[in-house]
Design a protein around this ligand. Structure first.
Ligand code: FNR
Length: 337
């Protein structure tokens, strides 16, 4: 069967994956209200297309923290790719390399950050959790820098793990990360405070992005702590159920930040028109999580590449139909909230 869109990949992945693995990838927390809201908001927002512009070619190229990208689409950090493919994140990164965009490697990946870098021929960002034992964080940061990762993405929306009831029912326990040897003490994530951001900022020369901000208030404090970028996110509906979607939070954050750092958004991006809507509301680029896992499950690296190529070509078509030959032409007037 040929897969013509992300939904086709999603269905195929569900048929292929162990049910408990599918649930781990697809699920959210509690009643999955936020998980559904992440999709619903994109259906709700409508476009105001402009006509009679020369859209013979539409240019999707951009930069993220100075790195040139073929499309404003970046791979979000997701854990445990070995549930989808025996080569895990190494296979994923080969597909992302074909597409030529940035992959964010999760700190709880099933392949080590060095193995992922070895398999990659595309720029990488490293997603960080901070653990009780500070030496683990220091060690991860140093390894990421030495291996050529270009930015650190600190995830701040997991002071505790969300209540994932599908996983409880399945008695699903996530596998250990390949990045470090875990024991009961170090496995505990620290409940972070802004002091940790100051500490982290002083530890690494790499650009620092904060992932998991949903309010203008926190965006301002993040700026005061010298972050280089903000990823507006509710963790794919896997943490606080009832939290607003990233897309809904985006406008107030864009307004508060007023161009002082780059702003990204994730959650529910499944179509080129979704990317267009996020950019119209002020995102520099979007991150995609689950669709990459569906591509990986169904066709390994080619599936991952295809997912990214689908999003890119759908975005290019949407730009043409909206009268936007460049990404700069995508402005707030394009959407009706
Ligand atoms: C995630 N996410 C995530 N985020 C993070 O910062 N570190 C991580 O290790 C993980 N792991 C993870 C596993 C799985 C299976 C999923 C689905 C998600 C959240 C992820 O980065 C991103 O915020 C969401 O996945 C974006 O939403 P969509 O694109 O999946 O709808």
């Amino acid at each position: 069967m040929s897969h013509v869109n992300i939904q086709d990949y999603e269905k195929a992945a569900q048929a292929l994956l162990e049910p408990a693995y599918w649930d781990y990838y697809a699920g959210g927390s509690d009643d999955e209200i936020t998980l559904r809201a992440n999709r619903a908001i994109f259906d709700h927002i409508r476009l105001r297309p402009r006509i009679l512009k020369d859209v013979t070619t539409c240019d999707t190229t951009t930069t993220a923290l100075g790195t040139p990208l073929p499309m404003p689409i970046i791979v979000a950090p997701t854990a445990c790719h070995n549930l989808a493919h025996p080569e895990g994140e190494c296979e994923t990164v080969r597909g992302v390399s074909q597409a030529g965009t940035i992959m964010t490697a999760s700190s709880v990946s099933s392949r080590s950050l060095e193995e992922i870098a070895e398999a990659a021929s595309t720029p990488l960002w490293f997603q960080l959790y901070i653990y009780q034992d500070r030496s683990i964080t220091i060690n991860l940061l140093e390894r990421a820098r030495q291996t050529g990762y270009r930015a650190i993405v600190l995830t701040v929306d997991v002071p505790r793990l969300g209540n994932r009831e599908r996983d409880l029912r399945n008695n699903f326990k996530r596998l250990d990360s390949a990045n470090f040897v875990v024991n009961d003490v170090t496995q505990l994530r620290r409940s972070l405070t802004w002091k940790d951001i100051t500490w982290l900022r002083s530890l690494t020369p790499l650009p620092l992005l904060i992932k998991g901000i949903l309010t203008a208030e926190d965006a301002i404090i993040a700026l005061e702590h010298g972050v280089d970028g903000i990823i507006v996110s509710n963790h794919g509906g896997r943490q606080l159920d009832g939290a607003i979607s990233g897309l809904e939070a985006l406008p107030e954050i864009v307004e508060a930040v007023a161009g002082r750092c780059e702003i990204y958004v994730d959650g529910g991006i499944r179509r080129g028109t979704d990317v267009l809507k996020a950019l119209a509301l002020g995102a520099r680029a979007v991150l995609v999580g689950r669709p990459i896992l569906w591509g990986l499950t169904v066709k390994g690296q080619d599936g991952v590449n295809h997912i990214l190529e689908l999003l890119k070509s759908e975005l290019e078509l949407a730009m043409a139909l909206c009268g936007c030959p460049t990404l700069n032409d995508i402005t707030p007037s394009l959407v009706k909230l």
